[in-house]
Design a protein around this ligand. Structure first.
Ligand code: LMG
Ligand code: NDP
Ligand code: PMR
Length: 399
């Protein structure tokens, strides 16, 4: 029956095998109907709107069922020992680079079920396979952060899976350093800020509710930042420098028509747009911390994982840069880290019991030990963080 229901779901959606981190479709009932029955009814209906509403209801009911049916900490009746269930972590952009390395590091512990939230389902499937990840340790779900509809759909799909959410990692990003003209998301926002910041902002705001419902002992929301957005470092001073200005472009919707495509209202510059998006990421983490940490107990964190000079992030850069950048970082700046090492670092921020402090921007020293790093003045500006939050919630339709 579980199989039958699953086959009615979109191709981009998969459900973990029963008893392995997920909850069986057979287990759940909705208003006295079995879930698979209600899904069948749902799909035979022609009204799309109804379908979405029902999905949301199913999601809500199932999320609660899952959270109560599988308590995070279980006491064995035999020896009285406490055991922790597998944690569920959503990682955006887990099909390559840092996201994939983190997914692999967490999956290998056997303590985590990774939900790989990716725009290219097949690429993610191949990546997980070639990374040697065991099937029962991950689920791939479709998410295209350059479309707010897709973000909503991902949240619906995730809720329907019945898995509790314990940690969310906002990792995906695009970097367009050679673009002469801006490109745009489905809603018409400049692509780098639209994907890296606005898509993640909506995703995080929506999933906050799910994180709150989880009974996992350490719930975390992580947003990947970077040194290049921080002008208190040498790397952050390589032109073009990040600068959000007075946010006039962001307030105008970054559409390049009646407003600038850049947050500060200036002319389009792809490298700057990326660095600006990272500043937004780091400001958003801190604003989440100020608004929600005390009330929810969720740990909010950001990080600079090191310079992972070999990832797909540089795919749009000129070939000469892609050849010289890794040796430059390895032998001259010494800021280079391998994908594997960076994955271990982010995995620590997800699960290390010593990294539970909220509101922190983590970095690692030469001996690969974590420390609380200082953000630049702009990336720690409280007033700017509040403004970015308020403007962003209007743009993504939350206010
Ligand atoms: C822009 O150019 C592009 O225009 C843009 O499209 C985008 O790609 C963007 O950031 C991405 O880059 C940046 C350009 C300008 O940098 C270069 O690529 C120039 C490379 C030239 C190399 C110079 C010699 C270095 C010797 C290395 C030897 C070989 C290895 C080469 C590897 C190349 C890969 C990078 O950059 C410049 O304007 C040049 C100089 C920039 C130096 C900036 C340093 C500023 C320092 C300011 C100090 C501030 C103090 C801060 C406090 C720190 C405290 C710790
Ligand atoms: P990669 O390009 O290897 O990974 C980026 C991931 O984001 C890919 O999985 C990509 O998917 C995904 N992605 C891009 N656009 C979308 C979208 N619209 N919807 C969903 N997913 C999307 O780069 P990195 O691993 O280097 O980057 C990961 C994070 O690390 C970023 O936040 C970056 O800013 C940060 N970072 C990287 C540093 C580095 O030196 N590399 C340094 C500091 C921070 P697909 O595979 O389909 O392209
Ligand atoms: Mg940088 C300690 C010095 C240091 C570090 C840690 C980085 C990280 N970079 C450093 C120095 C320099 N870089 C210097 C001196 C230069 C001028 C030669 C330089 C140049 C440079 C370029 C052109 N660096 C770059 C670029 C990019 O296109 C990358 C970028 O800005 O992407 C937004 C980049 C990076 N340098 C880094 C890191 C981590 C990046 C890339 C990724 C990121 O921030 O997400």
């Amino acid at each position: 029956m579980a199989l039958q229901a699953a086959s009615l779901l979109p191709a981009s959606f998969s459900i973990p095998k029963e008893g392995k981190g997920g909850v069986s479709l057979k287990d759940s009932t909705l208003f006295g109907l079995s879930l698979s029955e209600s899904l069948k009814g749902d799909f035979s209906s022609s009204a799309l709107r109804c379908k979405r509403e029902l999905r949301q209801k199913v999601g809500a009911v199932r999320a609660e069922t899952a959270a109560t049916a599988t308590p995070a900490v279980n006491k064995s009746s035999q020896d009285g020992k406490k055991t922790l269930r597998k944690g569920n972590v959503v990682i955006t952009g887990a099909s390559s680079g840092l996201g994939l390395a983190t997914a692999k590091a967490l999956a290998e512990t056997g303590k985590w079920h990774v939900i790989m939230a990716c725009r290219d389902f097949l690429k993610a499937a191949r990546a997980a396979k070639s990374a040697g990840m065991a099937k029962e340790n991950y689920t791939i779900m479709h998410l295209d952060l350059s479309s707010l509809d897709s973000v909503h759909q991902f949240v619906d799909n995730f809720r329907r899976s019945g898995m509790p959410l314990d940690v969310l990692v906002n990792n995906a990003a695009v970097y367009l350093p050679t673009a002469k003209e801006p490109r745009f998301t489905a809603e018409g926002f400049e692509l780098s800020v639209g994907t890296n910041h606005l898509g993640h902002f909506l995703l995080s705001r929506l999933l906050l509710e799910d994180l709150q419902k989880s009974d996992y002992p350490s719930k975390r929301l992580i947003i990947v930042g970077s040194i290049t957005g921080n002008t208190n470092t040498l790397a952050g001073n390589v032109p073009p420098k990040a600068n959000l200005g007075d946010l006039r472009g962001l307030a105008g919707g970054l559409n390049g028509l009646n407003s600038s495509s850049m947050i500060d209202g200036g002319d389009f510059d792809g490298a700057k747009a990326y660095k600006d998006s990272k500043v937004c990421n780091m400001l958003t983490m801190q604003e989440f911390h100020r608004r929600y940490h005390e009330e929810t107990g969720i740990t909010f964190a950001s990080l600079y994982p090191g310079c992972i000079a070999t990832t797909g992030l540089f795919r749009e850069h000129i070939p000469l840069f892609r050849t010289l950048f890794p040796p430059f970082q390895k032998y001259i700046t010494k800021g280079y880290v391998s994908e594997e090492e960076s994955g271990k670092r982010l995995a620590q921020v997800v699960s290390d019991p010593s990294l539970t402090k909220s509101g922190v921007y983590w970095s690692w020293n030469k001996a690969s030990a974590s420390f609380e790093n200082q953000l630049s003045q702009e990336a720690s500006d409280v007033e700017k963080a509040r403004k970015v939050w308020e403007v962003s919630e209007k743009l993504v339709g939350l206010a």
